[in-house]
Design a protein around this ligand. Structure first.
Ligand code: MZP
Length: 500
């Protein structure tokens, strides 16, 4: 006979936090949102932690290199989507790793013979307006000059002009020696000469690095930015259980920091095989998350298979119709509570802490707080990030209001069959996701700051200054339908109704 769960399946909107005692120390500026990303033994430090508990979803409409850079600046991690060619995904990872380290390897390079039209096409592709002109067009070729938008005037040129005719030539550039110049020295030169970028060359005039003024400013304005030992942004990437033998080495070569198996359902032998292959062939230093699961058994299975973090959530995503199509899934809150209980049990038994990620179904900012209070170490968000400037999708104006496009990986548009494949015929047989619009919301930085301000404030109401304290101290209640009505404004006539 089938197993019946004793509790109905609940989601975040059905719960509230009841405030606890807060001391005078409980002020938002004292709250630390640092959280582990990958598993660690009791007493050890995890190899990767995040400064805020947010990751962006492994989706075409959400996580490209632009999103990854913006989120890492705020302290979180993007997982670059895997439903693209290995080459394209690795190139995105590489762009994030090259973006900034103080010393950046040049990734927009041209030859002296490159035409203005080709330069404009490259600018559109990379978004980088500063291009190094090297003899062979390679990042480490002999530096002959620099082209920036100040060097050309599109309206007065035909587009066929070659870079060598309008670039700022090497003998007019301020540059520095790559071997002896430190980052503070480079920044001093930038300020002294009012430069936007300082090239660093070796004794043979070969380009080694570039140092950008804006990176210096970023450093000052992004105190939580998430960087590796070489001061490069940390970035993740999604993989699947089919082409990992080729995809994983390409992503590692591009410098990826962490991987995550992207699958709609993770309690499967495919995930075990994938995890074992990666750890056997590339070593335990390569960190791989797995999922998605929705109960204790699923967690235990992936923990024993070697997952470095475990992702929770089936059918709760805003664009997801899996529950309607297949009758599979579980309310996101119930799933998180069950899995986190098992995570704690596993930690007690083995001394190994495996972080849990709550993936999908976050509608309001307070849902993030609930997921964290219920035990999630961090969140994965799709709809939330898709609304921002930095997401890859188009911004569209409909009836005077701006929207961004947002589509599921299981939609016909994404056709990510690998995410849903159970050993079938290598195609998406039916849709599990929709193609939609979401209201455009502006910049990632502004929105993330508002959401985190709310989280910090509510944590103080619960008397918690860290996420571990929140998990311990949180007092959570289910709410009745009428008390949900009570929670919004009610029994008043909003002034905006009269001003229409
Ligand atoms: P949300 O933040 O938009 O509510 O949910 C994002 C999550 O939905 C993703 O991280 C992924 O786990 C899941 N997802 C992505 N595509 C689909 C689909 O097409 C989906 N069904 O369910």
């Amino acid at each position: 006979m089938a197993f019946y769960f004793s509790e109905p399946s609940h989601t975040f909107g059905e719960y509230l936090l009841v405030p606890g005692y807060s001391s005078c120390q409980c002020i938002p500026s004292n709250v630390d949102l640092k959280t582990p990303l990958v598993k660690f033994k009791r007493g050890d430090e995890p190899k990767i932690s995040m400064n805020i508990p947010m990751t962006s979803a492994i989706m075409q409409a959400v996580s490209n290199d632009t999103m990854a850079i913006a989120l890492a600046k705020e302290g979180g991690i993007s997982f670059i989507y895997g439903s693209q060619s290995i080459k394209d995904q690795a190139a995105m990872v590489q762009r994030v790793k090259n973006y900034k380290s103080g010393f950046v390897s040049s990734d927009s390079n041209i030859k002296p013979t490159t035409t203005l039209n080709e330069i404009l096409a490259l600018l559109k592709e990379t978004g980088h307006s500063t291009m190094a002109v090297t003899d062979d067009g390679k990042p480490t070729g002999k530096l002959l000059g620099i082209v920036t938008s100040r060097d050309y005037r599109i309206t007065r040129m035909t587009g066929d002009e070659q870079a060598q005719t309008f670039m700022t030539p090497f003998d007019k550039l301020i540059y520095a020696d790559a071997d002896s110049t430190t980052l503070p020295m480079a920044n001093d030169l930038i300020w002294q000469h009012k430069l936007n970028m300082l090239p660093l060359v070796d004794k043979k005039q070969r380009l080694r690095y570039m140092v950008f003024r804006k990176d210096y400013t970023d450093n000052k304005t992004n105190p939580l930015e998430l960087i590796d030992k070489k001061k490069r942004y940390i970035v993740g990437a999604g993989i699947n259980t089919r082409d990992y033998a080729e995809r994983v080495p390409a992503l590692l070569k591009a410098g990826v920091d962490v991987l995550c198996i992207d699958s709609s359902e993770g309690f499967s032998e495919w995930q075990k095989i994938t995890l074992e292959y990666i750890h056997k062939n590339f070593g335990d230093d390569v960190k791989v998350g797995a999922g998605n699961v929705v109960d204790a058994d699923g967690f235990r299975f992936l923990a024993e298979a070697g997952a470095d973090f475990i992702k929770v959530g089936i059918g709760g995503g805003s664009i997801c119709i899996t529950r309607e199509q297949k009758g599979i899934g579980r309310g996101q809150a119930s799933a998180v509570i069950d899995v986190c209980r098992e995570r704690d049990k596993y930690f007690d038994e083995t001394g190994v802490y495996i972080p849990v990620c709550s993936d999908g179904g976050i509608v309001h900012d307070y849902h993030m707080l609930l997921a964290l209070a219920m035990g999630a170490d961090f969140l994965m968000l799709g709809r939330y990030f898709s609304r921002f400037d930095e997401s890859p999708s188009d911004k569209i104006r409909i009836n005077g209001t701006y929207y961004k496009e947002y589509w599921g990986e299981g939609s016909n548009r994404a056709r990510n069959w690998q995410r849903y494949d159970l050993g079938g015929d290598k195609k998406l047989s039916f849709e599990e996701g929709v193609d939609s619009y979401v209201p455009y919301a502006g910049s990632l930085k502004d929105n993330v700051n508002v959401s985190l301000t709310k989280i910090r404030s509510s944590m103080c109401n619960c008397g918690a200054l860290t996420l571990a304290e929140l998990r311990e101290k949180a007092r959570i209640t289910l709410v009745s339908e009428t008390s949900i009505v009570e929670g919004g404004s009610h029994d008043v006539i909003l002034r905006e109704k009269f001003s229409r």
